[in-house]
Design a protein around this ligand. Structure first.
Ligand code: SF4
Length: 348
């Protein structure tokens, strides 16, 4: 592959088609010496990790009007910034945002470090953000690889390894295209290509400035890249939930502190295992001897397995359980709430 020509094609396309974004210094101004403000680049990248350009833009404009630089943001109270962040998702990011602005204000005199390493050392700044700010604001030849860039690389080079295993290879391939010539424009050109042309679905290959180099297009199915691993089948498990009632109370236990639903209130259960339970096994695993009757079955899907939970119900009395009124069962994890409801609906 002629990498120089590929780069030249994409940069020429960027010169003509760069998106106008409020945090961006476009290629014409950049060529005339204008430089992007690292504060604005950093802020935009943090916001864009959570949401799309159209959604982030009004927040970006409001933030930069109110807090035009890192010092101004750093001096603001936590509550004000959290309130302004509302609607952008995870508050942990807003907290990191403030921590970073304060580090820049206090340890760096309000000026962002110009290197990837220096940026990476700031609170809450990950490898991607550090590379993006270094490239876009400081024109450092940093390898800026997000999901868009991974997709473009997977297609250009028809990478057969599925994600996520392909990530190191995609990063290496992207790195081989980074040079000291216009690194900030290059990073943004790749971002724009991924966002507007080499889209996840229905890539616009007929408009693509690097189509002649694209191995996935040559293969006839560009959309099938990046390859994805077939989802590992979720294992299925079987268990018994024991619903012991006393008047309008249900006997609960607290699960052990470690493990699934650790420390939470629960119905007593058997182990959850790969094979169904026979009647005799279910009775033998019961927490107390009682007149257990079948009272329904519920299905529940956890992240790593699915579960069929048969409910057995009996009347209890003095068992050392956490006797809880049925009206308070809403605090149970949903799998146990489902099982309790099923059991209570299926009267003995
Ligand atoms: Fe993406 Fe199509 Fe361009 Fe290949 S030719 S890089 S698939 S838009």
């Amino acid at each position: 592959m002629d990498r120089d020509r590929l780069r030249a094609n994409l940069l020429a396309w960027y010169d003509a088609h760069a998106r106008a974004l409020p945090w961006r210094v476009g290629p014409t101004d950049h060529a005339q010496g204008a430089r992007a403000d690292p504060y604005r680049v950093w802020l935009s990248e943090v916001m864009l990790q959570q949401t799309t350009v159209p959604h982030a833009t009004p927040y970006f404009l409001a933030f930069t009007e109110r807090w035009p630089d890192a010092r101004a943001l750093a001096a603001e109270g936590d509550g004000e910034v959290m309130a302004a962040w509302a609607g952008l998702g995870y508050y942990a990011r807003a907290r990191n945002l403030l921590a970073c602005a304060r580090a820049v204000a206090q340890a760096h005199g309000g000026v962002f470090p110009a290197t990837e390493e220096g940026l990476r050392a700031l609170p809450g700044v990950g490898a991607y953000t550090a590379a993006a700010v270094a490239a876009i604001a400081f024109d450092r030849p940093a390898n800026v690889v997000d999901g868009n860039v991974e997709r473009v690389m997977a297609r250009l080079f028809a990478v057969e390894t599925p994600l996520p295993d392909a990530k190191p290879e995609l990063k290496r391939l992207a790195g081989e295209l980074v040079t000291a010539e216009r690194p900030g424009d290059w990073a943004q050109a790749l971002m724009d290509l991924g966002a507007t042309v080499c889209r996840p679905k229905s890539p616009l290959c007929e408009r693509c400035p690097v189509a002649e180099f694209c191995a996935a297009l040559a293969g006839g199915a560009p959309e099938s890249y990046p390859r994805k691993s077939a989802k590992a089948a979720r294992p299925h498990r079987f268990g018994i939930a024991y619903l012991l009632t006393r008047g309008d109370q249900v006997g609960l236990v607290r699960r052990p502190p470690r493990g699934l639903l650790g420390g939470m209130l629960a119905l007593p259960t058997s182990d959850w295992r790969a094979t169904p339970w026979s009647e005799a096994e279910a009775l033998a695993a019961a927490p107390v001897d009682a007149d257990w009757r079948a009272a329904g079955e519920v299905e529940h899907v956890f992240t790593h397995f699915s579960l069929s939970l048969r409910v057995l119900r009996a009347r209890g009395g003095a068992e050392p359980l956490i006797w809880t009124p049925t009206r308070d069962l809403g605090a149970l994890p949903s799998v146990f709430l489902k099982a309790a409801r099923a059991g209570l609906d299926n009267l003995l």
